[in-house]
Design a protein around this ligand. Structure first.
Ligand code: ZN
Length: 437
């Protein structure tokens, strides 16, 4: 007797038995039925009790009151019991660097590790992030082709990982996106083709990033903490450069995210029309007005500030230039974020993981809560707001019919205690279960 399982085009399980092909309806567990104790389907709305969620081929197809029998939906439907859990959409981090993790061995690692080995470590960091409940991330700075390859391999289902929305970086010579802190020959060798000067060159750089696979453009309009040069954290890109990048990106249907610390840079960048400001450390009254006028999001990255302050105070691997910026910027982040939140600036969740350790992303939520943000607003920032920032609200960010089954669960309600997000008991992405405690 010869038995060979086959996937038919309709994703039914077929067996070749004694020469004839026999298929059974929905034999593969492509229908999943979740019994959910508390369901926060759309963050911002009230959670519902005792719900049944039906998932077919990775998409949510029904949400029904009460606990419905699984076999009512398909003979072989898989039942997942989350009756004693709080269930919500997968978390989304709008600011990660999945190829990197800040530490004392960064310099020697970058000399010793091949790009291929870095890619393998990237996969490990990506899985840590997914297992922590982050089903979608926006990578705003990694080696570009390696990042696009990882994104595409995950989307193809060749390897597991979170959904990656990949940014192509555009920045100016000597600015925060450019290489620093190594000898001139190495800097020349590793200067990226998307480093530009002047509006036309930055137009070219933006188009170059899109040509090679960028989902969005990330610019660095001000100086940055981890640039190994004492060039401050104020505005560095000129208005003509900022405007050209935004225009070139928008012409090709790409959004623009900008790293910015000092208020002069935040203001210029918002005036140029970007979609989000990353860090936004010194967001003052004028910047707050512009945020509200333009509708841009602030991605606060409080965890990065917290991490670099801790490292500057206790570790000795930072150069004097980096240490000075880390202590100043890191300490100022939380207070300024609180003012922006109170004033009604739109917030999207982002950690700068890579500065902090991958997989600890939910610590950002704890810092946001400490700054006075409500638990529901924190959850919104990491779900519906993040999806809106990505322009993906029809696919992800909430649990509604037709959307991806990107689902997490916790023991208790993070609406009552935000630290529940630090220990996620169940993670599903596109119908595939990655964590089930
Ligand atoms: Zn960053």
């Amino acid at each position: 007797m010869h038995m060979l399982p086959l996937l038919s085009p309709f994703r039914k399980l077929c067996l070749v038995i004694l020469g004839s092909l026999i298929c059974t309806a929905n034999s593969l567990a492509t229908t999943q039925v979740l019994h959910v104790g508390t369901l926060l389907a759309v963050p911002g709305n009230k959670p519902l009790k005792e719900q049944t969620l039906v998932i077919e081929n990775g998409l949510i197809t029904q949400i029904i009151d009460g606990y419905q029998v699984a076999s009512a939906f398909a003979d072989s439907a898989q039942l997942i019991d989350l009756k004693d859990r709080f269930v919500m959409p997968g978390l989304m981090d709008m600011h990660v660097h999945l190829q990197f993790e800040l530490g004392p061995k960064n310099d020697s690692d970058s000399l010793k590790m091949s790009d291929q080995l870095v890619e393998m470590r990237f996969l490990m960091f990506a899985m840590r992030t997914l297992k922590a409940g982050f089903t979608t991330v926006r990578d705003v700075g990694s080696m570009s082709q390696e990042m696009y390859a990882m994104r595409d391999a995950i989307n193809q289902g060749w390897v597991d990982g979170p959904r990656i929305i990949a940014a192509g970086g555009v920045g100016i010579t000597g600015g925060h996106a450019d290489i620093s802190g190594v000898k001139p020959d190495l800097m020349a060798l590793y200067t990226k083709p998307t480093i530009c000067d002047g509006p036309y060159d930055c137009r070219r750089a933006t188009r170059d990033a899109i040509k090679y696979g960028a989902d969005l453009i990330k610019i660095t309009s001000t100086g940055g903490v981890l640039t190994d040069r004492a060039t401050g954290t104020g505005q560095q890109m000129e208005m003509d450069e900022l405007k050209e990048v935004v225009l070139a990106a928008k012409r090709m249907g790409r959004k623009v995210a900008s790293h910015a610390h000092q208020e002069d840079g935040i203001i210029a960048t918002l005036e140029a029309g970007v979609d989000s400001i990353e860090h936004g450390t010194y967001t003052g009254e004028k910047a707050i007005k512009l945020f509200k006028k333009t509708g841009a999001y602030l991605v606060p990255t409080l965890l990065a500030g917290d991490t670099v302050v801790g490292m500057a105070e206790t570790a000795d691997f930072m150069s004097p230039a980096i240490k000075e910026k880390a202590l100043r910027v890191g300490k100022d982040m939380q207070g300024n974020f609180a003012k922006a939140y109170q004033a009604g600036v739109k917030i999207a969740f982002g950690t700068d993981s890579g500065v902090s350790q991958h997989g600890t992303n939910a610590q950002e939520a704890v810092l946001m809560a400490a700054a006075g943000m409500s638990n529901m607003d924190i959850i919104k920032s990491a779900t519906v707001n993040a999806a809106d920032l990505l322009g993906m609200s029809t696919e992800i960010g909430s649990l509604e019919v037709g959307k991806q089954a990107d689902i997490i669960a916790t023991d208790g309600s993070p609406l009552d205690d935000i630290t529940q997000l630090l220990d996620v008991d169940f993670v599903m992405k596109g119908g595939k279960v990655f964590v089930q405690k």
